[in-house]
Design a protein. Structure first.
Length: 570
């Protein structure tokens, strides 16, 4: 484990919880009176895909800061690219934010709300000689832009007159030119050391139907132009962005200053990078379109809809976001930390149930034929209020195949010929015989039970080292269980071994579908979204595909907490 994989870096190591440098900036603003003590943030998603765990960090940060300071948070959709945006994504984004536990009240806005104002401001910059219509092609603009070590070159169209620029821009708006023939650029400095200040594009021509404005516009603003001005219109005080926008901040400030409008403070923080996890919406869309996953809500996806379907809780995600804190430097957070917070939350809230995923039949030869009794089983030892439940017990049961070995090693404490174990909540049983098929495979165990050990304790004080879960064969429901693993085999997708691509490190074992699993009868009635701990197996959630005739369960997370073990070793 490298230092980079420990969330929060040195701050987390020293204090247990990382500090939040953004709070220090807000405190300084409040002390100076810059925004009159106001804290007004916004979450500005582009509706071109579903939100993922990286967005959750930003959501928790923006809404959390506003709540802490008694402020407000706007939801503003950056709907400036009609080619990639869909109503499906808008609806999904709103559902995910609410699921996380946040609400924007009546402050739902769209960049398209401001198209008319942005257009008028663009005209103002043209009249002030600070914007011009450029007729270079996209490739030529890129070539003229220069490099990090070489200054750019001015476009031959840079010194068009104000009148010509106004006329051309009006024609662009009226749809008189084809896509790509002209753009509107800010006139700043082609020799600037910051490439973002080298006459950035403000508008491009797109003859495309917009989900909200229809065909009213043929020109659409670029993010850098729409972003700061939208913040200003809404009175945003702290415009919190991920670190890649740090180099864009001078441009953000330049536009606001040239227009003489309200100036928010842009603040950048390091985005979330998680091991074994892809954070690119473009690549996630590719996985969906190519059928690598079953959709945006596939439980292997890092999308909030996928995590919800897998059984994640919003509380666990919020706790995780608080734990990793806010940093100025990129780092790689171990996914084991996220799973640790998930286990902690699920352990408190999940009802315990018995489910046998790879069943091996057990016949108790001295149990009364045809008899059924009910034993009391604790629903959740972490929650006394959860009480107990009756579980049917009979002379024919199923146990996990892995809980029996014919020739066990020394430290195998489960069932073996001649060995006695405890059946959870029920009795002690002793294996007398293993029945095999013609191929030599064990297909059934013959056991005897001790009636005096009902409840799982022996009156004579004898102890057993193994305790097994089980289900009654006559009462068990057949179920499908989907076992999930990481979607990618490599931990750091930004630093793959030579010759590897992100598609080449897809995990072929990321999904295993188990059929013929045997579960407690009560689990057949569980509703989609209900979460359980399958004793000795892991935490599971009922999938939306589930029916009473065929219950389906998704593995949320195993019981093994690798993060907790790392902390103990550390």
């Amino acid at each position: 484990m490298t230092d980079a994989t420990h969330a929060g870096g040195a701050e987390a190591a020293e204090s247990g919880m990382p500090t939040n440098f953004i709070k220090k900036i807000i405190d300084e603003h409040n002390e100076s009176g810059r925004f009159g003590g106001r804290v007004h943030t916004r979450f500005p998603p582009e509706p071109n895909g579903y939100l993922h765990i990286g967005h959750a960090k930003s959501i928790c940060l923006n809404f959390g800061l506003a709540q802490e300071y008694g402020g407000l948070t706007n939801l503003r959709f950056d709907d400036t690219n009609p080619i990639k945006e869909e109503q499906e994504y808008i609806d999904a984004i709103k559902e995910d934010i609410r699921w996380l536990g946040f609400d924007w009240g009546d402050r739902e806005f769209y960049a398209s709300d401001y198209f008319e104002q942005l257009y008028k401001w663009a005209i103002q910059l043209i009249k002030d000689g600070k914007a011009y219509v450029d007729s270079l092609s996209a490739d030529e603009i890129r070539e003229y832009r220069g490099t990090l070590t070489e200054p750019g070159k001015e476009s031959p169209y840079r010194n068009r007159s104000v009148e010509e620029n106004l006329a051309l821009f009006e024609q662009m708006k009226n749809g008189e030119f084809p896509d790509g023939s002209h753009v509107l650029r800010a006139k700043i400095d082609m020799a600037s050391g910051n490439l973002n200040m080298r006459d950035p594009v403000m508008y491009r021509i797109l003859h495309a139907e917009h989900p909200r404005t229809g065909s009213a516009w043929c020109i659409y603003p670029m993010y850098d132009w729409a972003h700061g001005q939208s913040d200003s219109i809404e009175g945003i005080t702290h415009s919190i962005c991920t670190l890649e926008f740090e180099a864009h901040r001078p441009l953000y400030d330049w536009f606001v200053e040239q227009l003489g409008i309200f100036a928010p403070q842009q603040i950048e923080f390091a985005r979330l990078n998680l091991t074994h996890t892809l954070m690119s919406k473009r690549k996630l869309l590719q996985l969906v379109n190519e059928g690598v996953v079953r959709g945006w809500d596939d439980p292997r996806m890092p999308t909030l809809s996928g995590m919800r379907r897998r059984g994640y809780t919003p509380e666990a995600i919020r706790d995780f976001a608080e734990r990793i804190g806010v940093a100025k430097n990129d780092s790689l957070v171990d996914v084991a930390l996220l799973e640790h917070h998930l286990r902690q939350d699920l352990n408190k809230r999940s009802l315990r149930r018995m489910a046998v995923l790879d069943p091996l039949k057990v016949v108790i030869t001295n149990y009364p034929a045809g008899q059924t009794e009910y034993v009391d089983a604790v629903n959740n030892q972490e929650d006394p209020a959860a009480g107990t439940r009756p579980v049917p017990f009979s002379g024919e049961l199923y146990i996990e195949r892995a809980d029996f070995m014919e020739n066990p090693p020394k430290k195998f404490f489960r069932l073996a010929p001649g060995r006695e174990v405890r059946l959870m909540h029920a009795y002690y049983v002793t294996c007398q015989e293993a029945i095999k098929d013609e191929a030599g495979n064990v297909v059934e165990l013959r056991c005897t039970y001790d009636p005096a050990t009902r409840g799982g304790d022996s009156p004579d004080g004898r102890k057993v080292k193994g305790t097994l879960h089980w289900v009654s064969a006559a009462h068990a429901a057949d179920a499908e269980v989907r076992q999930y693993d990481y979607l990618f085999t490599e931990p750091d997708l930004s630093n793959l071994p030579e010759g590897k691509t992100w598609l080449s490190v897809l995990n072929p074992e990321s999904l295993k579908v188990l059929t013929g699993c045997k579960v407690e009868p009560a689990l057949a009635q569980a509703a989609p979204g209900e979460r359980f701990q399958f004793l000795r197996n892991g935490y599971y959630v009922v999938d939306p595909d589930s029916t009473a005739d065929r219950p389906v369960f998704n593995l949320t997370v195993s019981l093994r907490d690798t993060w907790a073990k790392m902390q103990r070793k550390g």
